[in-house]
Every structure is written in C-alpha cells, then in structure tokens.
Design a protein around this ligand. Structure first.
Ligand code: E4P
Length: 224
C-alpha cells in the first residue's frame, strides 16, 4: 500500500518526505486555499521537494470538460513526472477523463462516495478513484466498507484503476483500508504519526534504554 501526504503545507511536506516512505502528495482546492499563497509557486515548490518521480495530484478548478482538459495539459506541462489531475465525479469530469486517457494524462477521479461512481470512473479511464472514508463515517456510511467494496468490484472486472482512499480521521480507518487491499491512502501528518505510534512500543524503547545505560552508561555502540 502506498502512503501519500494530503497537504500543501510546505514545511510539513519537507518534514514528512524526509521521515516517511511517501509515494507523493495530494491536494484539493480547500487544501491549496488554506496556504493563502500563489498557486504556481506553491505547487512548483511541492514538486521540487518531492522530486519528479513521486506522485503529485492537483485538482482542476474547471467545470466543463474542454476546460478541464486544457487545465490538465497545463498542469502536466508545468509539474511533469508523476502528475495526476484530480477531477470530481460528474458528467463533464467523465468526458474529460476519456479525453485525458487518450492524451496520456493520469486522472484521479475524486469525491467518490459509492462503488458505482468508482466503477464508471474506472471505465472512463481514471488511474485512481478516491473514496472519502471519514466523510462517509460521519454520516454513518461505513467509509472503509465502501472502499473495500470498490476494491472488490475493480478486481472482479479486471480493472487496472487503483483505489486511493482519502479523508481519514484515525489510524483504524487506515488499517481497515489496508486489510481490504486498497492500493493507497492519502493522509495528513497526524494520521502518519498515529499509524506508527503505540504505547507498548514506547515502553519497549524505554526498557531497552534503561537496561543498556544500567551497564554502559552514556556510551553508544559508536563509542566502543
Ligand atoms: C483528498 O484530497 C480529499 O479531498 C481529502 O482527503 C478530504 O479529506 P477531508 O474529509 O478531511 O476534508
């Protein structure tokens, strides 16, 4: 499973890219707007930090297929490498996706809340579909089960479209998505931290330190 960072905060991206095995960064208009800065400067800086090979998903601001395609071409030209345009599922979005497939520009169909939405997005040629787990959980919609069903249906029909699950509030949701075989999760840094944390781990590390220092004091292996 791939871990992607769901933020446009430059310092957070710089930090997490250094400490976590990230496959890339996802943004959306809300995430970008939070930064209150020049769009091109921001996304170019993100690309510089993560490098050309990692994925960068940026959402279109257009509503009509032709304009979505035009924007996607410009984004691809400027951001190069592993670039994917995020398009919310709708008729214009599907039309744009079919055209972008022909042009070889990757699409992440986003704002997915049901398996039928995901299946038709895959059929149109989306490389990724992005179901929103926590927003479904918030309305008692069982977000992780929706993501799991999308994985099952895409596998059943032999689709090469991948499930990039978005909208998380806790590590348990990430765990359930991994168990279901979801291909990627996009999370904020708090979730990454929650994924690696466990009180028993903290206790184990403290125990190792205590036992070592009781015999060797401040010496480390490098001091022998
Ligand atoms: C992906 O980029 C989604 O837009 C995002 O993960 C949604 O998360 P939220 O429900 O926390 O806003």
């Amino acid at each position: 499973m791939l871990y992607i960072l769901d933020t446009a905060d430059i310092e957070t991206i710089r930090y997490c890219n250094e400490y976590y095995p990230l496959a890339g960064v996802t943004t959306n208009p809300s995430i970008i707007a939070k930064e209150h800065t020049d769009f091109w400067e921001l996304v170019t800086q993100i690309r510089e930090i993560i490098g050309k090979d990692k994925m960068l998903h940026v959402q279109t601001t257009q509503k009509e297929a032709e304009k979505i395609v035009e924007e996607a071409k410009l984004l691809k030209e400027k951001l190069e490498g592993g670039f994917y345009v995020k398009i919310p599922i709708c008729e214009e979005g599907l039309k744009a996706t079919m055209r972008l497939k022909e042009l070889g520009i990757g699409v992440t169909m986003t704002a997915i809340f049901t398996p039928p939405q995901a299946l038709i997005a895959a059929k149109a040629g989306a490389s990724f579909v992005a179901p929103y787990v926590n927003r479904l959980d918030n309305i008692i919609g069982d977000g992780t089960e929706v993501a799991a069903e999308i994985v099952r249906q895409l596998a059943h029909y032999g689709s090469d479209c991948k499930v990039l699950v978005a909208s998380f509030k806790n590590a348990e949701q990430v765990h359930k998505c991994a168990s279901a075989g979801c291909h990627c999760v996009t999370v904020d840094p708090k979730i990454l931290k929650a994924v690696i944390s466990h009180p028993m781990t903290d206790a184990a590390i403290k125990g190792f330190e205590r036992d070592w220092t009781s015999v060797y004091g401040d010496k480390t292996i490098l001091d022998f």
